[in-house]
Design a protein around this ligand. Structure first.
Ligand code: MG
Length: 157
């Protein structure tokens, strides 16, 4: 077994919806980034790649490449899982913590778990997603950014 860790942060700007784990969440803000700026998928992609020692999302999918402008980040995660599979690893479970001041994510947690589980090819009972606020301080608390931490267990190899 191997463990992988990943994290990501994107600035927020006026707009919406906010896309997290492939789920479009009604919000007055959206994440700013080269791709669809989905911090959950980016953090989990890095965790999968890191656990298999296959590099990182920036190396595989450089933001200088116009091919990835407004890209669906599900493609990054699907490719990371495929590459880990080629290296002999499959995902055991995933634990995710999203840091966001608003909106409240509780009503969307199960939809995000289902979506993430589907893209990883595992049962949603193996996907944990938690949400924390920034308690009104720092870039998260001021609503300037959304961030995500992810831990992945890889089996095999
Ligand atoms: Mg990112």
């Amino acid at each position: 077994m191997r463990v992988g860790a990943g994290n990501d942060l994107h600035r927020l700007r006026a707009g919406g919806p906010l896309v997290l784990a492939g789920v479009a969440i009604p919000a007055a803000v959206e994440a700013d980034g080269h791709s669809d700026a989905d911090v959950v998928l980016h953090a989990v992609t890095d965790a999968v790649l890191g656990g298999a020692a296959l590099g990182d999302i920036g190396r595989l999918f450089p933001d200088t490449d116009p091919a990835y402008r407004d890209a669906d980040s599900m493609l990054f995660l699907t490719e990371a899982v495929r590459l880990a599979g080629v290296a002999g690893y499959r995902v055991g479970n995933v634990d995710v913590t999203i840091r966001l001041e608003t909106p409240q994510l509780a009503p969307h947690i199960d939809a995000m778990r289902e979506r993430l589980a589907g893209s990883l090819g595992i049962d949603s009972r193996r996907v944990g997603i938690k949400a924390k606020t920034g308690e009104g301080i720092g870039p998260i608390g001021r609503g300037e950014a959304v961030a995500c931490d992810a831990v992945v267990l890889l089996k095999g190899g």
